[in-house]
Design a protein around this ligand. Structure first.
Ligand code: ISE
Length: 333
């Protein structure tokens, strides 16, 4: 049995804490922290854990074997390095850090401790549909991968959501999927200007169209539209030289009536990827037990942030921008 500490008990952290205490086998949550102490207390009570006063108290807690970080992105690097400093494995929500400079510090800390302790919360890699698409691609059924078409639509976003966040918070998932599916690094990015939706908040560029190019020339296009209104809709189609593999939206029921068929589309990512989050946590806990981890690494977190930074430069300049990536340390091979 692994004992977990959870730092950050907003929606994501609270979901993780509840899954770890009720649904993931081989795990329990002993302690949680949140800057909002009332919120932390409520989550702690609901799962029979204790709430502590500081994030560092979770990391230092003698019973805690491993830590989940689900705080805002700007705090991720510091907390992840604190966990590494204590020699404790950490599952850090994406992004590993908002800047490559901070990600590189995490890589350095992990390498100096000599152990793979960091997994980044790119949960789509644990979604059944994405896994099937990947196995088709890897099995060679559709030949050489040429193009990947992606859609990422959110019904709405809070007023604090910015044009940059469409890239660093939303498209970062497609960046990871593109690297994972192709097994290649992304070498350039372009953000194409699109007519604004009249429903987007003032100043928000929405939708946006992003082009990512991999080292062998695979082109990934991503429509990100965070005011799509009708539902949460994520799609992915891989075009190969012999055929096409596409991700289907999981449906559990449909109504047919009056010559039409109506099925439910999830309204948010917590519903759409609920199964993926659970599988991600189970795999992480199993890896802790076995002493091996093969989820998205700190390198994957760094590379995704590097591509997102390149997207930000493309957004600003309107030009195709090269991704700046350091050489991959052998530690991450
Ligand atoms: C959010 O932060 C997530 O991580 C969701 O998975 C993504 O779909 C959404 O666009 C992001 O804002």
């Amino acid at each position: 049995m692994k004992t977990i500490g959870v730092i950050g008990t907003g929606n994501m952290g609270a979901d993780h804490a509840r899954r770890l205490s009720g649904k993931v086998s081989g795990a329990r949550v002993a302690t949680v922290f949140d800057v909002d102490q009332a919120r932390a207390g409520e989550v702690a009570r609901s799962i029979g854990a204790t709430a502590v006063a500081r994030a560092q108290d979770v990391i230092d807690h003698p019973e805690v074997d491993a830590v989940v970080i689900a705080t805002p992105g700007e705090t991720h690097a510091e907390l992840t390095m604190a966990a590494i400093g204590a020699g404790k494995p950490v599952l850090c929500e994406k992004p590993l850090a908002p800047t490559t400079a901070e990600c590189l510090q995490v890589l350095k800390a992990e390498q100096s401790c000599g152990k793979h302790l960091v997994q980044v919360g790119f949960m789509r890699r644990f979604d059944h549909g994405y896994q099937e698409v990947k196995s088709v691609v890897e099995g060679g059924d559709i030949g050489d991968v040429l193009i990947v078409h992606c859609l990422h639509r959110n019904p709405t976003v809070p007023p604090s959501f910015t044009s940059d966040m469409s890239l660093t918070d939303s498209v970062v998932h497609e960046i990871d999927v593109a690297r994972w599916l192709s097994g290649e690094e992304i070498v350039s990015t372009s953000v194409v200007p699109v007519r604004r939706s009249p429903l987007a908040a003032p100043g928000l560029r929405d939708p946006q169209l992003v082009l990512l190019e991999s080292s062998s020339g695979v082109v990934v296009d991503v429509e990100v539209f965070v005011n799509a209104r009708y539902a949460y809709d994520v799609r992915c189609e891989v075009v190969g030289s012999l055929g096409v593999a596409s991700l289907e939206t999981p449906t559990v029921s449909a109504v047919r009536r009056d010559g039409m068929s109506r099925s439910v589309v999830p309204d948010n990512w917590r519903t759409r990827f609920g199964g993926a989050y659970l599988a991600e946590l189970q795999a992480w806990v199993d890896g802790l037990e076995a002493g091996s981890a093969d989820g998205p690494s700190a390198w994957d977190g760094y590379a995704a942030t590097a591509v997102a930074e390149s997207c930000l430069r493309s957004l600003e300049s309107g030009e195709r921008t090269r991704v700046e990536l350091v050489d991959k340390p052998a530690f991450y091979n």
